[in-house]
Write a protein of this length. Structure first.
Length: 376
């Protein structure tokens, strides 16, 4: 009686276990370009971003440019209106965004954006970690706890913060801090991330590394440039102003984030593995901070990605309230001044931020929850 042949083990000459071909050695697996499922997902999402941006520009063209063309162009010549859209696409993607009258100068909008964007980035670098430190434990604890003394106050505070306009909250904070800030720094807590005009006039005027009263050199970030130029007092004022505005942004955004994240934490509390672990005597503290905290992280990141436009709206409102020359203040000044020419580039840049950040958050979420890759 013959026994069935056993499965052949890989031999040194045949790493894959298959017989070697007489036609020559095959290409080793290490030299083959094989993308993982995460890499394929990231590549697909990245390739979709240009198409999504074109769609956003098409909507803007229909809403803004077409009505203007209908009022200024004879109806019989509207057959070529599609050429305007392709010209707009070419100008936007090549950075030809026109010029703006700023003070006594004619500056390209790209250069003006380069002055206004760094203060917004500096503010976001401070605001996002503060918002994460506040939102994550508060949402998790309020959603997990069955005690009304924990959930009800958290809901009341966040609902109050959501109902109050961000501009009003910023104004209240300014009024509360005004006298103390003025007495300690001889400055006001508003008017950007640098000291106010009168502070510089009382200290010998503006230094050479500050342009147009708010744009700084060489990086464009006020705090970083103050440190590079050894302006320690200016750096301290810039740090405190950034921290104040970032705290207002974080608190206002937590009120938005909490409404979505609380229900996620509440649903995890009733998962089968949590109920089973609780029945085996594992403490609620361990279940909350070791198991539930890890389980809700991907969903919390997804909520954060979906609320990025709301976060930008909150930060822009705070910039307007504090008269901070950032991206949001530039949008506000353009709209109130009746200047619509930078509106399309501004929305284009915001769309890039939202799409790229959503992709980054999705990749982090996949890293935390690898089992979700197949379903994407």
């Amino acid at each position: 009686m013959t026994t069935p042949p056993e499965k052949l083990a890989p031999s040194p000459e045949s790493p894959t276990g298959s017989p070697s071909s007489s036609e020559g050695p095959s290409l080793p697996d290490s030299h083959r370009l094989v993308l993982s499922s995460v890499a394929r997902y990231a590549l697909r999402r990245a390739l979709l971003i240009p198409a999504q941006l074109v769609f956003v520009l098409l909507i803007l063209y229909i809403v803004i440019d077409v009505p203007i063309a209908l009022t200024q162009t004879p109806p019989e010549s509207l057959a070529t209106i599609d050429r305007g859209f392709f010209q707009m696409l070419f100008n936007i993607f090549t950075g030809n965004w026109g010029t703006a009258a700023y003070l006594k100068y004619q500056l390209p909008w790209t250069q003006l954006f380069a002055y206004y964007i760094p203060p917004s980035i500096q503010l976001a670098v401070f605001a996002l970690p503060i918002a994460a430190v506040l939102a994550y434990p508060v949402s998790l604890l309020a959603g997990w706890s069955r005690r009304p003394g924990v959930d009800a106050p958290a809901r009341f505070v966040t609902l109050t913060g959501a109902l109050l306009p961000v501009f009003v909250v910023g104004t209240l904070v300014l009024n509360a801090l005004f006298l103390g800030y003025l007495g300690y720094f001889q400055d006001v807590p508003s008017q950007g991330l640098l000291p106010a005009d009168f502070w510089f006039f009382n200290h010998g005027g503006y230094p050479s590394w500050i342009l147009y009263q708010f744009a700084t050199q060489p990086t464009g970030f006020p705090l970083v440039d103050a440190l590079i130029n050894h302006a320690w007092t200016v750096a301290a004022i810039s740090f405190t102003k950034t921290l104040i505005q970032a705290s207002v942004v974080a608190v206002a955004y937590v009120a938005i984030f909490f409404r979505h994240a609380r229900s996620i934490a509440r649903s995890v509390r009733e998962e089968a593995y949590i109920v089973g672990a609780r029945s085996r005597g594992i403490s609620e503290r361990t279940l909350l901070w070791r198991h539930a905290a890890r389980a809700v992280a991907p969903s919390f990141l997804l909520v954060f990605a979906l609320t990025i436009p709301e976060y930008l709206g909150v930060q822009f409102a705070v910039e307007v309230a504090f008269v901070d020359p950032g991206f949001g203040y530039l949008i506000f000044a353009s709209l109130t001044g009746g200047v619509l020419s930078p509106l399309v580039p501004l929305v284009f840049l915001m769309a890039i931020v939202v799409l790229v950040w959503a992709l980054v958050v999705d990749l982090i979420s996949i890293r935390l929850d690898p089992h979700g890759v197949a379903g994407r």
